[in-house]
Ligand binder design. Structure first.
Ligand code: FAD
Length: 302
């Protein structure tokens, strides 16, 4: 299927629009161009639910090199080098070994520590992605532990989860940097809101918590309603552009990304790369039919 897709020009173009390439060599110029346009970046080396220790080790090795390459790219781009790092890596604990049986969570936590130690050396940030709900408790615990040494470590929070508002309060109270997103996996009604209106209402409740109390909220949404709410709450809470940031996916709402930057707001682009793009795109489409419309909309939005 993957080979077939890359042979069809239209679908290959779709892949190229959302994925920055299969290798670091392809990724780095894309990241540099975004930095040059005034945007910050968060780069995801694609891969998840690793069932092989060797693969987890290979992912760690790739991330170590990625951190170096992104730091180098950042140095070559002129512009203000503020306290807020312009380059970040996003990672999934399931790619670092979390699903390797009983020892998985400990292996992933050790790998996370290794990458945070490297990131701190290179003035690069790290955010841990949110995966399916069966991993949430382990992921939050790994981030809680790692933050004792790396307090800038961030985690993504999915507002479709019924527990999201409670998590937002606890994480904000602990001073955690949080990426707020709606959530991209197909989850059961027992743990997740199913109606769009409920997910949006949860997003707005969590956003209010973060904008009132949290350190550096990260608003990861393409939704004009969420962006407008974030701007209103920022004004209400006297948050300046350097006190929070917007985040969007690579290839989506590029014009809106540029508009926010031109108005002085911080905006970070989440850029996936790697050979595992098929899973990234297909899983998003298969797991949640709404994502098909999400990608198709992006093709018509200029
Ligand atoms: P939606 O609720 O899908 O759409 C609302 C409105 O936004 C639409 O009506 C439209 O006006 C606008 N819009 C949405 N998409 C488009 C588009 N493609 N083109 C034009 N307009 C559009 N999910 C996870 O589960 N875990 C993660 O760790 C995670 N990390 C993320 C990191 C970033 C930086 C971002 C941006 C998203 C991340 N997601 C993650 C995905 C997220 O959870 C949502 O699935 C995805 O962002 C869609 O939700 P939305 O809020 O953007 O808009």
């Amino acid at each position: 299927m993957k080979r077939a897709i890359t042979r069809v020009p239209v679908t290959a173009a779709v892949v190229r629009r959302f994925v920055a390439g299969e290798t670091r060599a392809e990724l780095v110029p894309v990241a540099r161009a975004l930095l040059e346009s005034g945007r910050a970046v968060s780069v995801d080396f694609l891969g998840e639910y690793t069932t092989d220790r060797g693969q987890a080790d290979a992912a760690v090795a790739e991330y170590l090199s990625l951190i170096d390459d992104l730091a180098e790219a950042d140095h070559t781009v002129p512009g203000a080098h503020s306290d807020i790092p312009r380059v970040e890596v996003s990672l999934k604990l399931s790619a670092l070994g979390q699903s390797l049986g009983q020892d998985g969570p400990a292996i992933a936590a050790e790998n996370l520590h290794k990458l945070c130690a490297k990131a701190v050396e290179r003035h690069v940030w790290v955010t841990v992605d949110a995966e399916d709900h069966s991993t949430t408790a382990d992921t939050l615990e790994a981030v809680r532990q790692a933050r004792a040494e790396f307090p800038w470590l961030a985690v993504a929070l999915q507002t479709y989860l019924r527990q999201a508002e409670g998590n937002a309060r606890d994480l904000a109270a602990a001073g955690t940097r949080i990426r707020l997103c709606k959530g991209a996996y197909q989850e059961p009604g027992t743990v997740a809101y199913q109606r769009r209106a409920e997910v949006d209402a949860s997003y707005l409740r969590c956003l209010a918590v973060l904008m009132h109390t949290a350190w550096y909220p990260m608003i990861a949404s393409h939704d004009p309603a969420m962006i407008a709410a974030a701007l209103a709450l920022a004004a209400e809470n006297n948050r300046k552009p350097g006190d929070f940031e917007f985040q969007m996916l690579y290839g989506i709402r590029d014009a809106e990304q540029r508009r926010l930057v031109s108005e002085g707001h911080a905006l970070r682009v989440y850029i996936p790369y790697g050979t595992q793009w098929y899973g990234y795109l297909m899983r998003r489409l298969a797991e949640r039919p709404a994502n098909l419309a999400f990608f198709l909309r992006a093709l018509t939005d200029r």
